[in-house]
Write a protein that binds this ligand. Sequence first.
Ligand code: K7D
Length: 611
Amino acid sequence: MSQDSQHGKWSVSSSEDDDDELPPSGTTSKPPQATHSKNTSSSASNTESIAASAGVKPEPEPSLAVGSEARRQAARNQSNPVKFESPAAGKRKVEASDGAGWALSDSDDEDDDAEKKKMSNAPVRKPASPKRKKANVEKERPPSPHGRLYYIDEPDDFFESGVPRLDDTFRFYLNKVTGLDRKYNSGALHIRDILSPLFGTLKGSVQFNYCFDIAWMVEQYPADFRDRPVLIVHGDKREAKARLVQQAQPFPHVRFCQAKLDIAFGTHHTKMMLLWYEEGFRVVILTSNLIRADWYQKTQGMWMSPLFPRLPQGSSDTSGESPTFFKRDLLEYLASYRAPELEEWIQRIREHDLSHTRVYLVGSIPGRYVGPDMERWGHLRLRKLLYEHARPVPGEDRWAVVGQFSSIGSMGADKSKWLAGEFQRTLTTLGKSSLRPDPPVHLLYPSVEDVRTSLEGYPAGGSLPYSIQTAQKQLWLHSYFHRWQADATGRTHAMPHIKTYMRVSPDFTELAWFLITSANLSKAAWGALEKNNTQVMVRSYELGVLYVPSAFDMKMFTVQKNPFPFSSSSSGFPVPFDLPPTCYSPKDQPWIWNIPYSQAPDTHGNVWVPS
Ligand code: K7D
């Protein structure tokens, strides 16, 4: 999703060129370091975080150095809270002013003293002197709108066992969020719930993802099944791969499968669990990285399959297929890795009955595709599915497209280059209707104010990696933007890492389709046409599922008005944000992660000053 800091560095026409092996040109900027200054304390924690990222040698290629630096930084930002879970710390309540926010947690790289000093002397653009800022901000600091317990560890009911009351129509779930009224967690799942024996007796699993904290991941498995084989499917190369493998040293049951990434700036974003049980097999397609911060105070989504039973011995190759051809498409997705490590899983899936699946699989596999292969992946795959399985509606030019994401790639100098041209054509496809409607397009992405007033405060912006280099080249895009937080008291205080796309009726009560995916708003994720539209090029691995009413024997999905607390009797679709979307006001700005926000403190009293 987040190639933007690289995207920002290639020319608009790059996808038409064979630029793949070229490093991005004109690169002078770096993604932000972990640079939040706790206004009530010294900046020791910042220094540590900065050292942590700077203390690692750059990778050989400049392009990769930037990407992996950002990524490492993101991981660093996000894994800091893990420290609070260390057995020694135990569960503790923290006063809002005691300096125990995540930014003050221990560094993993305490031994990097030299680097720490070096970085603490590095020039940091700050509009005001830190000391003055401290005093001012301290005085002006508002009381927490969330109460004083909003960033404690997971509350006692967070890991509540017992069969969660779940929506088994759509099987679409949000994650549990710490620090919100508990009603917002009803019907939601934590990773420990997903891996709980209540869903099956685990024999082995595969974790496809982007960012991993292996020790944390292992802890999420139930103690009794913690040593069952886990295969990690990732896209890391060279030093990043070595660090990942190093993380798993204490865990001999953890093995790795490196997804090939032959096209420049591609990433392995797919987030999927394959869970093999005594009782059968299950697939979870989700949006969370395997790091603690992603499961704590962000909004994440998932589709969890039903339990797929084993087919009788000697069943034919095509048995166990679903009306949505989910089995065929999942096997095709997995086969596209061409990875020997996945072969036993491909065979296992062949032996299971996936016939009860009602969603369509929408994946991206890196490559350049021509002819009929153009419709296998990315937005042309979505277009084909919407053409074949969505139904036209009267007045469809007034049915808005809503897209919601947590990062944004480079989309060119004007909307015609990709967004309003090819991508909008996909999102407005609705059955075989030959109309070329030009409906409203609402893009939801957090504003600076959304991030500032969020549960995590500015550090939430560490997972919203829209860079200034990219943003300033596409100011035209920002006129599409709508707030993530429309409702100042609801679940949207947890910033989105979920990505959803949908088509909604003029009164915002009905949906013609709904997609949850790992794919952000970028050409790398969705693919871009090349060579006079005869070829599509996809850079990244992505995965999502598409809901269309016909597969649920419905005419249309109803939007569930008040999804919280969750009610299993409602048949409405639980859209995870408020409709209608709220347009940015003239003073709203999209969150950009590598510029400072020091005028107003966040919910923890901090400011954001990237170095
Ligand atoms: C930004 C490389 C930063 C969070 C995902 C994610 C992928 C992320 C980045 C990033 C620039 C270059 C990485 C912060 C994410 C993230 N990339 O797949 O979920 O969450």
